[in-house]
Every structure is written in structure tokens, then in C-alpha cells.
Design a protein around this ligand. Sequence first.
Ligand code: WT7
Length: 666
Amino acid sequence: MPLDNEHLLHENSIDPPKGFFERHPGTPNIPGGWEEYLKLYNQSIENPSKFFGEKAKEFLSWATPFTDARYPPGNGFQNGDSAAWFLNGELNASYNCVDRHALKNPDKPAIIYEADEPNQGRTVTYGELLKDVCRIAQVLTDLGVKKGDTVAVYLPMVPEAITTLLAIVRIGAIHSVVFAGFSAGSLRDRILDADSRIVITSDESLRGGKIIETKKIVDEALKSCPDVRNVLVFKRTGTPHLPWVEGRDLWWHEEIIKHVPYSPPVNVRSEDTSFLLYTSGSTGKPKGIQHSTAGYLLGALLTTKYVFDVQGDDILFTAGDVGWITGHSYVVYGPLLNGATTVVFEGTPAYPDYSRYWDIVDKHKVTQFYVAPTALRLLKRAGSKYVQNHDLSSIRVLGSVGEPIAAEVWEWYNEYVGRGKAHICDTYWQTETGSHIIAPIAGVSKTKPGSASFPFFGIDPVILDATTGEELKGNNVEGVLAIRNPWPSMARTVWKDYNRFLDTYLRPYEGYYFTGDGAARDQEGFYWVLGRVDDVVNVSGHRLSTAEIESALIEHNLVGESAVVGFPDELTGSAVAAFVSLKKDVDNPAEVKKELILTVRKEIGPFAAPKLIILVSDLPKTRSGKIMRRILRKVLAGEEDSLGDISTLSNPSIVEEIISTVKRDA
Ligand code: WT7
């Protein structure tokens, strides 16, 4: 739907701060403000081919120009399928991120690396990055990696992670990054599913002063990955006790020096896959979300440019890991496509103390800072003294991502970090969307604490009635969030499973992309994302599937059945609770609970560990055997008065037991 001012009254909203313009080095990327946004937005919705075709020509460098910006032409999801973009065009992602900037300005900083230990970082220029990318690209070619092959990446936040991703796409291969907090088992599943034959990792990694034995985890995973030929190992700590498989394992520093500093990029077609990134859905098996090349690049480029108003000399600090989509789009691709400088931070917000982020911002004069609310809640709780004695006047934009940001956290961010002079951009998007889909445009959009505000160009959001699928028109409506139009950076499929892609995203509500989130549009047209309506829990901005945690718990030999639900947590947003019935009585329930937590840490990763384990004799089930998680959620929330009719359960009496166990244990 086109937007117009009549539907957007902005009575209770906040104007872009004047300080944003005072701190601005020149002209914002949307100089005409809100009126210009409306005009561009409406053009992008009415004629996406024209709008994105022009942007793709203007901002991306093409080896072969595309002929058709969108196929099929026109609008919407036609015949239940998505669209393809920039047909017959050829380009290379690493050329767009590195070469074109290095050719013009080789000495410009591309990466500012802040190591876990303060003062151990360094800067990598575009010229240096180009050399490293070319050399690693040749290493990979020597190892037999070809266009279309996948390469698994299990690396900490070091500049070499960026080099790695760009080297992979330089030769037309596909990166599949696995967050280096995932267990050996999760890594193994992803290597096998993607059929990766090469793994790139580090000897160890360092976070918050703690050592993580990255290579050992890879070794463990590879015990059941017979097809992996080589492991390329970046030396991070230089530990003397590194297990080594001769012939398979290779040192990064030994391989890289064998190669010349330039090798030409391998051009790919627009729709060729650039990467896979696994994410959790409603069922146990993680999905390999598959992204295109040109469409993805354009989305990352445009959102960075407009939402964050990034200018060529800006320094972006996205405090997210390259193992998640935030790192892909806003540590790596978005900043580099715009020729800006990106901060790669290896550590945590609390090490050596709670002022680490602000030390970095102050030291490097960061212009855009981007983080998840969970970190802000931690820092707010630690106390404002950690933020006060820093010069943060370089910041124009403060981004938030991954979960709703509560109004009081928004206010704290605005007051203590932005000091009223930065535009707060609460960005709503997903691994599947590739880049921001609902977000304020810095210097342009009005904001309301807790609302992601308005759609980005090309995004036509709708609120649907969850049951009937009927579109709820006008303002003041609440339902599930869907999108009416394909957009360039949306995922193309689930790796090797287009049917699952359709089932998850395009079939639930015919003619729309279904986000899986509930949302409201308020009386002034602002969008409010209310959280997942499926079995996905968002813990500290990490997306977890309850089904995946349940299948991890089952691995423990005492577990009969389990039901995992999310519950509100002050620090992490949501936390995980597992209701577990054991196969037999045990003498030491406390011990068993510890073992169950360890099982999840081992099967998935430490970040998925349940905060609560509740041992029960049975789970509430319908007569057909379906576990009623809704009842468990209500009991945890202390809402046992509103459980509804439980008499139809096959075992109604279990509910009393669960209520008293929760009262005792939780
Ligand atoms: C889910 C996607 C997007 C990168 C990080 C997470 C939730 C994301 C917001 C926001 C409210 C948000 C949604 C979404 N979410 N951003 N600004 N406000 N909720 O990516 O792991 O794919 O998770 O995160 O529930 O569906 P992801």
C-alpha cells in the first residue's frame, strides 16, 4: 500500500534529533527528509523493477549489465513463488566490497580490529584487504574449491573472518558460517547438510579473557564428516598443544604466503548463491537459509546507506558476531559495499569492564553503533558511570536489533549513549530477509520508543488475522506480520529444500511472505513487532527452536519426554524453560537437572542452555497426544487463573502437579 501523510499523524512521536544534523559531516543520504522518503517509498512499491533497477545500476559494479531487474515483472508473489532479480547480470561480491574501493583509495581503513585484549588490535586498509582476499582465494582454489561449492567457516571475530568470507565469494563459492559458540554436534550437522569439504577455523579463540578451543571442536565435529578434505587454521593464540592431522590441516599463515597479491574475481550471475546461514525454525532441523548474490548485496548496501545514513568516511561498529546475519550484513557486506570502515570486535561488552564499547567508540570515533537490546540491558544494569566519562560525540546513529527494545532501555540508550543527539534506529529484520525491512531512516523518520517505525523501500508490510488470513486494513490493528512483495535481499530458498521454504514462508498465507512474528500497526501507522507466534524463542538475540532443544534433551538416556517454552527474562529478553518427564524416578534430581543442562550445551551450544528445568511426572496433552505448551507458558507466567478449559486434556490432573512444582522450583 502506498503511504501518505493522512494516514501518518505522528502525534506522539519524536522528531529526528537536531544533534544528528549538528554532528553530520555533510548532507544526509536522503536530504529531502520525510517527504522524500514517502516519494521514494511509494515509487519502490509501485514499480519495484524500476526503483531497484536504478539503484542496482547506480551503486553496484557489474561485469555484465543485467537485462531485467525483476522476474516475473510486475508486483507481488505471483503463482505462490518468489521473484528473481537482475537477470543475466554478472558481478562479484568481493569486487564490490573491496576492489573498487582499493583501486581508488588503497590506504583507507577497511577494518578496525579491536582484539579481546584492549590495545592488541590493528587496522587493515582496503589495499591490504584486497591482497589478503586474493591470496586466500588462491589457497581455496588450490584446495579444489570451485564455483558453487560450499565452505564451512567456524571463526572468531578477527579480520581474517572478513577475509575468509570475501575470498570464498571471490571464487564464486558459497560461505556457510557456523557461529563459533555452536557445539561440535551442531557444526557437524551443518557441515553435512551443506556438504562442505573445506573448513576454515582458528587454533583457539578469546572472548572476555576466556579461551575457546575452536580447533578441537572442529576436530570433534569432523569425526563424522568423512568428506572434509582440509581444515585451514588461522593462528590466533598460538597454543602449543594443538591437535593436528597431517595432510588435512593447514596453517593459514603458511598457505597465504605461497600466493601472489592479486587474482581476478570470478564473476557469478545475480541469482547465484553467495551464502548459507543456518537458522532455527519451528521444527528440530535447522534450515540452511540460502541467499542470492546481487539482490542480497543491494539490500545490505541500501539499508546501510539509508537506515544508518552511512557516508564514505563513517566508521560503523556493529557489535554482533559474523556467525549471525547481523554480522554478515552490517559488519561485513553493508559497510564495505559503501566503502566505509567497519569495526571488528572480538570481545564482550563486559571485558575488561562495562565500558568496553564506549572505550572503542571514543577511541575510534565511531559514527554508527549497532547492538542488541540484551547488551544494553546488561550495561544499563551495570550503571551509567561506565558510559559517562567517555567522549561519544562522534555518534550520529544508534541501532538496535534482534528483539523488541523496551521503552526504558530505548530512553537509556538515547540519554546516556546518544546524549539526545543520535537517531535511535530500532531495526526489524530476520536471517531470511537479508537486510532491514522495518526501520527508521536516520535523520528522516520520526520514532517512538519500542517501535521499529516504518517499512524500508520495497517492503509492503501487512497485518493479517492469524486465523482467517484476512488482511487487517487501516490503523489500530494487531495480528501477524506478512509482506506483500518480494524484495531483492530476501532468501531464495532453504538449501536443498524449496518445498520447505514454501511451506514455511509463502504457503501459510497465500500471496504473502510470512515472518512468523506478531505485530501491530498503531493509530499513527507505526509498526510494533510483538514477538514470535511460532515455536521460536529469542534468548539474548539468539534465535532458538524449542523443538531443537527438545531433541537435544532426548539424547539424555533418562529423558522420557520434554516440552520447551520461552518465558520473559529481565536480562536476556526470553529464557528457556524445559519441562521434563523422566523414564524412572531418581534419587538426585538436582544432579539430573545439571546433566540435562550440560546435554543441551553439548548438543547445541552454551547459549541454548535452559535457565529452568522442571521435572514433572507427565506433560499436559490433548487426547490426540499433542503437548499443550500454551498451558506450560501460562503456568510459568503465574497466570494459572486463565488456563482456559483443561478438562479436555487426556490427563487434566497433571496441571495441578505442574503448578505446584513450578511454585516450588521456579
Ligand atoms: C527474529 C529474527 C535480524 C538480525 C538478528 C536476528 C526478532 C529482530 C527485531 C526488532 C523486535 C525483532 C523477530 C524476528 N527481531 N529484530 N527490531 N524488534 N523483534 O535475526 O535470528 O533471524 O531472528 O528476531 O522475532 O523474527 P534472526
